[in-house]
Ligand binder design. Sequence first.
Ligand SMILES: C[S@@+](CC[C@H](N)C(=O)[O-])C[C@H]1O[C@@H](n2cnc3c(N)ncnc32)[C@H](O)[C@@H]1O
Length: 429
Amino acid sequence: MSKQFLSSIFSFNQSFRRFSYKQVKRPSLNQLKDPNEKAANDKRPKPTLNEYLRAKISSIGPLTVAEYMKASLTYCDGGYYMNKDVFGRKGDFITSPEITQIFGELVAIWLLHEWQKVGSPSPLQIVELGPGRGTMMHDVIRVLSRFGLKDLLSVHLVEVSPHLSELQAKRLCQSSEPTKDERYYHMGETSSNIPVLWYKRIEDLPNGFSIVLAHEFFDALPIHKFQKTDGKWREILVDYNVDAKKYEFVVARKETPMLKLFLSHLDLDDEREHLEYSAEGHQILEHLSLRLEQFGGFSLVIDYGHDGTMTDTFRAFKNHEQRDPLMEPGSADLTANVDFKQMRKYVGKNDRMITFGPIKQLDFMKKLGGDVRIERLKESATPDLISQLQSGYDKLIDPNDMGSIYKVFSMFPSVLRKHLSKFPPTGFD
Ligand SMILES: C[S@@+](CC[C@H](N)C(=O)[O-])C[C@H]1O[C@@H](n2cnc3c(N)ncnc32)[C@H](O)[C@@H]1O
């Protein structure tokens, strides 16, 4: 996503926070049931996203930022990702694979190279977390098929949005259909007969050697926010101000359960006074690292983020512009920068994974031969297409924009430590 990183604007989240004084009533279990988890045969009308958020706040008190973010993005009716196509120039943001085919092609070259270095294990599962419109996977499959891999490949997509999974199926498959299987909810086949399966959760993926791709996935996962106030850590919550008719940030008066958990992970040398933590991201990374260690494989993560330096990065984008994340939930993309330092720590637990990066997207693409590839593509392109290809590539490697903002990070099982110290992953050497 070409999102501007206006650090001055980030700080607006921190202003005008008051303490939460709200009394906590006992929740009505019926009212609070997450409609995403309702039984398929339950035909009672579902509350709208706003009704759901406000009912929750009025019965159990202010929500964590993570609860607010999760519902705003993935609530079944009105969650940002659930019912519409939000990508592209006409949408709210545009992502690298949507800008130019070179992006997905270079990712394919990278994974092909790393797969060959570890002895070309077969069969090969290519997994993507949060594939959006399916554009990157489309380019990856195209390249891998050209290298004769189609007979040993299967594609596995972890996607929570029914609408986006339909777009992905249209993009990738010649035929596809919903399934009644408990683990994968949709399946199809590409025109070159590569099976494609869709999952709601990473835990449902089949065992086996996997290459796991995640482009702009981790930034979309819900985060908790913590702030040091009068020398004490407190969680920031989201309340609804009935008089002003708007959502607003408040500071929890007491330690919340998530704060206790977070403090147990906090590095004592961390001097920041405002921190963000994605429990869902942590859980996914925990599962991913266990899976890669047990069944083999490796992972490439590309996202905007930092190495344990940023503080208040929770924000919203609509029509390519940044705006208040608490305004009209469900109408804008909510996001927070990925903390690669935390990521390294979680997957490195018990010496499970060794990691490389984060490095700048610019360096990654150049080291993978992006400059040569773009010239090759231009040789057979029409004049219109030539300038489109060049401007797309220039955008991705712009050192003042996407080239530096986006970071590339990879993880491999520790058993490969010796091998990788001699032959580091391409682009990270
Ligand atoms: C910012 S978009 C990135 C899309 C794509 N990777 C790209 O770069 O164009 C985030 C994607 O993650 C999906 N997503 C968000 N939260 C998810 C979750 N908890 N589980 C699975 N997919 C999720 C969204 O539906 C969407 O496809």
